[in-house]
Design a protein around this ligand. Structure first.
Ligand code: PLP
Length: 469
């Protein structure tokens, strides 16, 4: 699909108003017809919740589905429609919905208590398992989310190095706290998004992905506490990082006395049982975890070198004669999340769950790309490990999945999602019984099977053909 001559069709959906309108109306009508109860709830939601939602990624026009229950790779909405699910609990559900061992562990814990306001034995088992799969985790501090984990990691890095600046990569997502709220999908010039202090934004140095010379120049300033990165690329590989770059970062940060933080909120226990760091052979100073680590319940952690995590330790700090780094959180190491996390990580450790999810994603990417080729679209389906991305290529660039994976396509090009095409693709997929994530794309699980694949490909083809008309 690298020949520009083949790139015909829907790239211009947003431009060619007549055809675009008709395609949009047809898919929207089909979606509305199937989802009257969701429409009703969405109307009510708009009077309660901004945009009727609880997370920006869940925004869809005219509205999205309301889901009542889920099992394995499927879920069912309030109108009784069944979907193959690629929202995957925002990536938390490597094992699919409600794996029996996780349900049993959570139910057992539910009856015993949901919050003791003190230590409990499960947090030890949980930390030990993390450490066994991720040897860089010499110490573990639990948080309640991935956002909290990256916030704490930055605080630790600054306290440890006595430096203030943090290097972050353009297009990489690390949660929604103020340090991370610009340069992800917009504000690539480093200016703050509304509500974020300019003084704080000033402490973040945005670097181009895969540009080691650029990072070296920033590190040479001597005031960089840490470099944080999504190790397979921004937004889970939507803007890929080439594997050698992470190794180069390890070397450069060590040389300049800065910490390397791998944000493995998505990749941890997913790319492999030991996360991206195992596959890449890189030992970070700190790793941030969430999603799979808590088995589909809320939770996260900062793990890493003992002397850095010791900044949180009362005795170690007193002994070193320094003020300890503070950290609280009502739901840190919550017993229910611990129970779910343990059951999940045990399965990850003892089975080929990661490999199965990776394998399914590879087959899915190939099958979807075949549809793209058959339909002569300029789109590119790409991704690594257990994820897939659909680049709708609005400018019809002659690029392949290999070009994207090799970092030859600029992050801004890949991030420039054509909103209308993306919404229509998602609506069309929903109308044909498949939910994909907002990238557009999604994570796969260890329980997606051949029938899911077939349904997904059929839904994709039907959607694409409806859009083409
Ligand atoms: N870091 C990465 C790489 C993420 O993908 C996310 C969430 O998707 C976060 C951090 C934030 O995690 P949470 O949504 O649990 O706050």
């Amino acid at each position: 699909m690298s020949s520009a001559g083949m790139l015909v069709g829907m790239a211009t959906l947003t431009e060619s108003s007549g055809a675009a309108k008709r395609a949009a109306e047809k898919l929207t009508a089909l979606f509305r017809q199937r989802t009257p109860r969701s429409a009703e709830l969405a109307r009510e939601a708009k009077s309660l919740l901004p945009s009727g939602i609880a997370h920006d990624s869940r925004y869809l026009e005219p509205y999205s589905i309301y889901v009542e229950r889920a099992a394995g790779s499927r879920k069912w909405d309030v109108d009784g429609n069944e979907y193959v699910d690629y929202a995957g609990g925002h990536g938390a559900l490597l094992l699919g919905h409600n794996p029996p061992a996780v349900v049993e562990a959570v139910n057992r814990q539910l009856a015993l208590g949901t919050h003791f306001g003190t230590n409990h034995p499960l947090e030890l088992r949980w930390a030990r398992l993390i450490q066994q799969l991720m040897p860089s985790a010499e110490r573990v501090r639990f948080t309640a989310s991935g956002t909290e984990a990256t916030l704490l990691a930055l605080r630790l890095a600054r306290a440890f190095t006595g430096r203030s600046k943090v290097v972050r990569f353009l297009g990489h997502f690390h949660g929604w706290h103020d340090h991370m709220a610009f340069g992800v999908t917009s504000h690539f010039d480093g200016t703050p998004t509304p509500g974020v202090l300019p003084e704080l934004a000033h402490e973040i140095l945005l670097a181009r992905p895969n540009d080691i010379a650029g990072v070296e120049a920033l590190l040479a300033r001597g005031d960089v506490a840490a470099v944080i990165i999504e190790p397979t690329g921004g937004s889970w590989g939507q803007t890929p990082i080439v594997p050698e770059f992470v190794g180069a970062l390890r070397e450069a940060t060590t040389r300049h006395g800065a910490l390397l933080i791998l944000d493995e909120v998505i990749t941890g226990f997913r790319c492999s049982p030991g996360g991206a760091q195992q596959v890449l052979g890189v030992t970070p100073d700190l790793t941030t975890l969430a999603k799979i680590v808590a088995g589909g319940l809320p939770g996260g952690a900062v793990v890493g070198r003992r002397e850095v995590l010791d900044l949180l330790d009362f005795a170690a700090s007193a002994q070193a004669g320094r003020e300890k780094v503070g950290h609280q959180g009502t739901f840190n190491a919550n017993p229910l999340s611990a129970a779910a996390g343990i059951a999940t990580i045990e399965i990850v450790a003892q089975t080929d769950a990661c490999a199965r999810a990776n394998d399914y994603a590879a087959r899915l990417r190939e099958a979807l790309q075949r549809v793209v080729r058959d339909e002569q679209l300029p789109w590119v389906v790409y991704g690594t490990y257990s994820g897939f991305h659909i680049f709708t290529n609005p400018d019809r660039l002659p690029v392949t999945a290999a070009d994207i994976e090799a970092g030859r396509v600029d992050y801004q090009v890949l991030k420039r999602v054509d909103r209308q095409t993306s919404f229509l693709l998602r609506l069309g997929m929903l109308a044909h019984g498949v939910e994909i994530f907002s990238w557009p794309g999604g994570p796969t699980s260890s329980v997606h099977n051949g029938e899911d694949l077939q349904r997904t490909v059929e839904a994709f083809r039907a959607t694409v053909q409806a859009l083409r008309e």
